[in-house]
Design a protein around this ligand. Structure first.
Ligand code: FES
Length: 343
């Protein structure tokens, strides 16, 4: 038996397709040549989050770190784990432009550079090879991620893009080196011109352009990457939206992209940046504590509570910041998050 699935995007566009009872919604969408943002397809990354407004369904197993009991109670679902038992109407927290209508093949790229930019953190720069049809262009929305694949090592990892789409085919990533991490090991031995496959951009962690609210960005370490992309686009398009960025690191040696942040701040007068050092080892003059602490202090001034909240980093940071925002009266509809998922 088949049911009608209706997807409603943040910018009020609808997509309809059939879905059999034993089929999950992500699979049914793809069968209809619609590709909403996805990642793991196994209920662990949260990339395919939506909210079911009407209709009955079953949820297959998933990680509670991406879908809490409270979220399930209010109708939140993961498209990749949802089996319909009736027609469903689902609201998605991103614009229609995040839904691809075809899935392009991964594109070959080569390593331009891998430079250490902070303690255990590198910046990876890739150069795409020219495609006969697409040239060097690689389309993505600021805030999205791509999967990088090393076929000969059977390795694939997702990383947010730290720059904006461009005509030169240059892609930038901030990567935290993990002890015994396979991709980290690869990077530490990799050389310029080595090949990497770049899968199409995905992810729903994009700016809600319909909202005029000020924005709070909260990043843990390399969770800064999507915010660099979003703010760089703001500079390119001369969009100076009131924005407060909180960047959290463990100690001063982990502070990353200071120069880039200074440049952004100089170009965006309504941007303020607060670097939060949890355990400073020297005479740190800035905020001491986590970005969650700094965000909480910011919200204690009630005039700051009309903010949209964007969170990127480890699950604990995302969960703690979400709790702080909700306790301050910010609607869950105004909270957007991208959490690091361990390989
Ligand atoms: S794609 Fe559905 S949770 Fe990862």
């Amino acid at each position: 038996m088949s049911h009608k699935i209706t997807l409603l995007t943040r910018d009020k566009q609808t997509f309809e397709f059939p879905c059999a009872e034993q089929q999950n919604i992500q699979g049914a969408a793809e069968a209809a040549s619609l590709y909403p943002p996805f990642g793991c397809k196994s209920g662990t990354c949260g990339a395919c989050l939506g909210t079911c407004d009407s209709g009955d369904y079953d949820l297959e197993s998933y990680s509670e770190s991406v879908l809490s009991k409270e979220a399930v109670a209010k109708g939140d679902i993961l498209l990749c784990r949802t089996l319909p038992k009736a027609d469903l109407h689902i609201t998605l927290p991103y614009d229609a432009s995040s839904i691809q209508q075809s899935l392009t093949a991964p594109r070959p790229a080569e390593i331009v550079s891998i430079n250490k930019i902070a303690e255990r953190t590198v910046k990876l720069v890739l150069q795409l090879e020219e495609d006969p049809e697409l040239g060097l262009v690689f389309e993505f929305e600021p805030g999205q991620f791509v999967e990088l694949e090393i076929p000969e090592l059977n390795l694939m990892r997702a990383y947010s893009l730290a720059n904006t789409s461009n005509w030169e085919g240059r892609l930038e990533f901030l990567i935290r080196l993990q002890p015994d991490g396979k991709f980290s090991d690869f990077l530490q031995g990799a050389k310029a011109q080595q090949k990497i496959l770049v899968h199409p951009a995905s992810g729903a962690f994009t700016i809600n352009k319909q909202s005029a609210n000020p924005r709070s960005f909260i990043a843990g370490g390399t969770g800064l990457a999507p915010f660099l992309s979003i703010l760089s686009r703001a500079v390119e398009w001369a969009e100076d939206h009131p924005t407060h960025l909180f960047l959290g690191v463990n100690n001063e040696a982990e502070i990353l992209c200071q120069k880039e942040l200074n440049t952004l701040q100089a170009s965006l007068p309504q941007l303020s940046i607060e670097i939060c050092v949890w355990k400073p080892e020297n005479n740190w003059q800035g905020f001491i504590g986590t970005p969650v602490d700094a965000f909480k202090a910011y919200l204690s001034d009630k005039t700051n509570n009309d903010t949209d909240v964007y969170l990127c980093g480890p699950p604990l940071l995302v969960e703690a910041s979400t709790s702080v925002a909700i306790a301050a009266g910010i609607s869950e509809d105004n909270i957007f998050s991208e959490r690091f998922v361990s390989a």
